[in-house]
Each structure stands twice: as C-alpha cells, then as structure tokens.
Design a binder for this molecule. Sequence first.
Ligand SMILES: Nc1ncnc2c1ncn2[C@@H]1O[C@H](COP(=O)(O)OP(=O)(O)OP(=O)(O)O)[C@@H](O)[C@H]1O
Length: 233
Amino acid sequence: MIGFEQCTKHYVLDDEERVILREATLLFEPWDRICILAPPGVGKTTIAHLLAGFTRPTEGNVHRSGRISWPLGFTGALHPSMTGERNVEIIADLAEAPRNRVSAYVAEFSELGEDYHRKVETYSSSMRARLGFALSMAIPADTYVADGNIGTGAPSFRTRCEVALEQKLNEGAGLFFLTHSPRLAERFGRRFAVLQGGKFVLTADAEEAKGIFETQLVEQDSLQQLVEGFSSE
Ligand SMILES: Nc1ncnc2c1ncn2[C@@H]1O[C@H](COP(=O)(O)OP(=O)(O)OP(=O)(O)O)[C@@H](O)[C@H]1O
C-alpha cells in the first residue's frame, strides 16, 4: 500500500498556522485510481507534493513504493539555461529511462518544433508547461500524481494530455489526483474522496463526492463574503 498514515502537514507563515492535513489516513494500492475533490487553496498541491516526495509531513508517515511520478506537468526541475532536449536527456538518465525514446516522445508530444533545441529560458510559460507534461508522460510510472487539471494551455493540447493519461491508466497504471473539477474526477477516478477538515473522506461514488464538494464551495464563498464584509467596514 502507498499513501498517508496519521499524516499532519501544516505551514506557519507570519505566526499564522495553515493546516493542510490533520492526522489524515488514506492508504491505497499503487494501481488504484483515486480522485479527491477539494476547493481552491486548501492544499491540493501540497498533498500531491507529499506523495511525490517533494515535501515531508509535519507528523505521521507518507508511504511510497514503486515508481510514483512527480506531479504531472511539473516544470520545477527544468534548468533554464539548458535546451529542452538536454533537460529531457538528463531527467531520462536520472529516471533510468531510455533517453532516445523519451526524447523522441517529448519532441513529438510537446509540439515544440525547433524550440525543443533552444534554451528553456526562451520559452513562454505554455511552452514550458507542454514540455513538462510531455516529460511526465514519457517517463514510465506505476502511479501518476496530479493536481488541478490534466494538461494545460490550448483545449486541443489539454485533450491530448487527457487521452495520453487515459491510455496509461488503461494499461494498468494508478492515479492519485486532487482536483476542483468534478468532470475530471469522474472521468479518471474509480474511487473518490473529498478533503474535509484536513482529513480524506472516502465517498461511495463520484456523485456523493461532488455533492459534498459543492457544499464546500458555497461555504467557502459565504466565508469569503463575510471576510470582505468585515474588511470593508
Ligand atoms: N511553502 C509554504 N509556506 C507557507 N504556506 C504555504 C506554502 N505552500 C503553500 N502554502 C499555503 O498552504 C495553503 C495551501 O496551498 P496549496 O498550493 O497546497 O493549495 P491548492 O489547493 O493547491 O491551491 P490552488 O487551488 O490555489 O492551486 C495556502 O494557504 C498556501 O498559501
């Protein structure tokens, strides 16, 4: 099993504590397809980073085994003064994946054309994002980690990303996906949860998760209006 066991994660910023997880447990098989619906700003990226091994829990354990991807589309490892191609070669070597195959896949998938051979610092943010997502799909994983959306940029590229991920899942890979999109959760998930009070709450199906999530959105909106009301007084 992989996942979270009695896991607490909080940040302290300017004496203010932000709790993301509070003694939360969610254990699953690497090939499970878990989608967690959560409103904006409650910690989706942080939780994805915990499972990807980018950050550590404040308390408790994160269990990782097999090949767990970094969050899909992650671009933080790209070195700006190297070309897209050189970055891909280095990352393929580190992941012990065949660099020629990985590079050919990324060049084609990212649709960067000649820019693939230019320095990453010359890329627009959407070009970086395309490179990052193509790389995520090119490096094999047993469990893919994602937060937010699947893919980025133009609708045609997003569709391409969704189709590519679906193919990996159909081939047997697992998915741990935190999102605010019920559509994406329903499309990619087989088990569903919401994040509530810093805990993972598994639901019977996508419909139940969506119901709880929509209530959370309404509550978040009401709270926001309340705060704005106070600050304008
Ligand atoms: N390194 C950090 N130090 C302090 N606070 C942080 C840090 N990283 C994130 N946070 C805070 O933790 C909370 C959750 O952030 P996170 O990015 O994980 O949420 P999210 O659900 O992915 O957000 P969004 O939906 O906007 O993408 C936010 O209040 C954020 O300001």
